[in-house]
Design a protein around this ligand. Structure first.
Ligand code: I3P
Length: 301
């Protein structure tokens, strides 16, 4: 995997603070993603550490009906020795925004990762440590002996521990306008727990929920007709939710490092349950559930 080639340290919400725009240096934001992967570019742009697979996706997305639902892509720039994909900073037009990352889909690893794990298993100690930190009982006897787990096993465990397996999406983390960050959602699994997390993010503001719901329904309509979406396995991709005190809301698709095109003439419906070989990712099933959960947070009219 191109993306895994980077020695990534995952820390969604502990990544460096980055100035929002050159014009407003007093405003700061935290960027979702692997630490050190992002920089602020000039004129409301964001630089994300280069990944060729992701670049290819952005190039195709710029020609697809999904274009309004992803950050505009502006090509590759170099900073020092490192290349970056340059895209719009989605927070630029918000005023002290609150942001949330929801990872979409019922599966968070690619089928090709599963094949590699079988052919060349490389158990990881860091993932073992992350696993026991959440649940000391989770590792098998063998994993305990090795003090290591396979990445695919770790990812599957994370999926069933959270709402990924049961609802097709999970809350990864959010930051409220006051700077308060919440990232402790590994065990947020039931509908009720998800509602609690979402309600905390929107601070019980139903106007914000309405705004998100409208946008997600538009996104679903566009996804159902999108050529790009039909022809790609979309794994580990997130929806970025942004709102501010003016009531402005936005949702965009981000993170295409693990989005891969299908062989010619193959398509996905993104709702059929996954069985190895069918490459379904459960993205639309997850979006259906997310829309349903949000709709149920609104008062009955
Ligand atoms: C990480 C999370 C990321 C994954 C990363 C995991 O686990 O599943 O999505 O990166 O793998 O460590 P957690 O959220 O529990 O910290 P990819 O999606 O890019 O595979 P990595 O450690 O190999 O980067």
């Amino acid at each position: 995997m191109q993306n895994s080639a980077w020695k990534k340290q995952k820390s969604c919400w502990t990544s460096p603070l980055i100035p929002m725009t050159p014009k407003k240096p007093q405003q700061w934001l935290q960027v979702v993603g692997h630490a050190g992967s992002f920089h602020v570019g000039d004129y409301g742009t964001l630089l994300k550490r280069f990944c060729e697979g992701e670049q290819q996706c952005y190039l195709r997305l710029m020609e697809d009906t999904l274009r309004p639902f992803v950050p505009a892509y502006h090509g590759v720039v170099q900073r020092g020795e490192q290349d970056y994909n340059m895209m719009d900073n989605l927070l630029t037009h918000f005023n002290t925004p609150a942001i949330m990352d929801c990872k979409m889909g019922s599966r968070t690893y690619l089928e090709e990762e599963l094949v590699v794990a079988r052919e060349r298993p490389q158990p990881r100690n860091d993932m073992y440590e992350k696993m026991v930190a959440v649940d000391p009982e989770a590792p098998t006897v063998q994993e305990r002996a090795q003090q290591a787990v396979l990445k695919t096993r770790y990812m599957q465990w994370r999926e069933t521990l959270s709402s990924t397996a049961s609802l097709g999406f999970r809350v990864e983390g959010f930051r409220k306008a006051n700077g308060e960050c919440q990232t402790n959602f590994k065990r947020t699994k039931s509908r009720e727990q998800v509602v609690e997390a979402l309600d905390s993010f929107v601070e019980s503001n139903t106007n914000i929920v309405w705004g998100y719901l409208r946008r997600l329904k538009q996104l679903r309509q566009v996804l159902e007709a999108s050529h790009f979406f039909r022809t790609h396995e979309v794994v580990g991709s997130s929806l970025l939710f942004v709102h501010d005190w003016t009531g402005k809301t936005g949702v965009w698709m981000i993170d295409f490092g693990k989005t891969v095109s299908l062989p010619p003439h193959r398509t996905l419906d993104h709702r059929t349950p996954w069985a190895e070989g069918n490459r379904e990712d459960g993205y639309l099933w997850g979006l259906d559930n997310l829309i349903d959960v949000l709709a149920n947070m609104l008062p009955l009219t």
